[in-house]
Design a protein around this ligand. Structure first.
Ligand code: G6P
Length: 371
């Protein structure tokens, strides 16, 4: 069993280490002769060009990967994108027709709510594109187009490598749509793809420096709660960081959009409360960066213990970071492929420090096939 876990105590820890390969394998073969290609494609070029709205539906971590995708798809394609929990979408009357694309994201491809959301969409003639980790699962079988994440089986109940691979696949979906619609020139698609292709190496580099994050997790493992703040693509990362901590460490954890701080969350700040802040790129997102910097100041002044995830070389955050976690710099839309990693490591280590089995968190199932 130890060998199966690659020398780790838990599958999840091995799966965290497998993330550079999970992203590389998911990208492989999808950029051919200057074009983004999906795995299965039963929609014509014309049908793809006619798409005028996108809904992303998913549950759990897959939903968070969809929230990240919205920023990229809207930016690259100029299509309106809504991201919705499958369990909400399927019981609403969403306005859909044959020019709506529903992107269903599911590691297992069998989640009941996501499957029913797909059927609900198809009843209204919407086109469905599945992002899935399981060949031939029900959701990809019912979809018009499929992009598989290629992580191999994920054993840990809390998603890690599948989540990173989903984000990579979603970026490919965004580029495929931009290409079909002509909102990006071929050389621009190629450039974005090159940025994406550079990510596995950066994730690998980041993973070599996680010991301080583990030490910090042990230090903070008795905290009653942890807050997570982010903006733009860092906001869904904050939500995912909080979800991981709830799932694995059974700790009260909440992610907030940093711009909402003054609308409530700041009332929660008290002496010694750890707050993990995901900083945007100082160059790529200078305005948001300066806004987050003042948010950190405000919470630090009220006694929060600030843990700041920031790009290497971002000197401006140092004075306000009680703990600094550096990540390699990257294209700003792609940063979640990096900023998520220390949050996974943090949650896993807090859980272990508290004596929990990180592969099998209490009350949770790997795949929720009944409502
Ligand atoms: C469960 C798992 C999560 C996963 C979610 C959605 O809650 O514990 O890790 O994100 O289901 O699963 P899916 O297979 O549809 O991605």
């Amino acid at each position: 069993a130890a060998a199966e876990k690659g020398g780790h105590d838990y599958f999840m820890l091995k799966e965290i280490e497998e993330q550079p390969a999970a992203v590389a394998d998911t990208l492989r073969g999808h950029f051919v002769d200057g074009c983004i290609v999906l795995d299965e494609q039963r929609l014509s070029d014309q049908e793809l060009r006619d798409i005028d709205k996108v809904f992303v539906v998913a549950c759990g971590s897959s939903y968070h990967s969809g929230l990240v995708a919205k920023y990229a798809i809207e930016h690259w394609t100029r299509l309106p994108v809504e991201v919705e929990l499958a369990s909400e979408f399927r019981y609403r009357d969403p306005v859909l027709d044959r020019s709506t694309l529903v992107v269903a994201i599911s590691q297992s491809g069998e989640t009941a709510d996501t499957l029913e959301a797909v059927r609900h969409a198809k009843d209204q003639k919407a086109r469905v594109l599945a992002v899935c980790n399981t060949n031939g699962a029900q959701i990809p079988r019912e979809a018009d187009a499929v992009l598989y994440t290629r992580t191999g089986p994920e054993i840990g109940v809390a998603s890690t490598k599948a989540f990173l691979a989903q984000m990579a696949a979603n970026y490919l979906v965004g580029l495929a749509l931009a290409q079909a619609r002509g909102t990006k020139y071929p050389d621009e698609v190629a450039r974005e793809y090159q940025d994406l292709a550079a990510m596995p190496e950066k994730i690998a580099e980041l993973l070599t420096g996680m010991e301080p994050v583990r030490a910090l997790a042990r230090e903070l493992s008795a905290s009653p709660a942890v807050l997570f703040l982010g903006r733009h693509v860092g906001y869904p990362v904050a939500l995912e960081g909080a979800l991981k901590l709830k799932e694995l460490a059974y700790m009260h954890a909440e992610g907030f959009a940093a711009g909402e701080l003054k609308h409530g969350p700041i009332a929660l700040i008290e002496d010694g409360l750890p707050v993990i802040v995901v900083m945007p790129s100082p160059k790529g997102r200078a305005v948001l960066h300066s806004k987050l910097l003042s948010n950190i100041r405000e919470i630090q002044a009220r006694g929060a213990v600030t843990v700041v995830i920031a790009e290497e070389g971002d000197e401006t955050v140092r004075p306000f970071a009680d703990h600094l976690v550096e990540i390699p710099s990257s294209a700003s839309l792609l940063q979640p492929l990096l900023s998520t990693v220390p949050l996974q490591v943090f949650a896993a280590e807090v859980a272990q420090a508290r004596g929990y089995d990180v592969d099998k968190p209490r009350n949770l199932a790997k795949s929720v096939t009944v409502e």
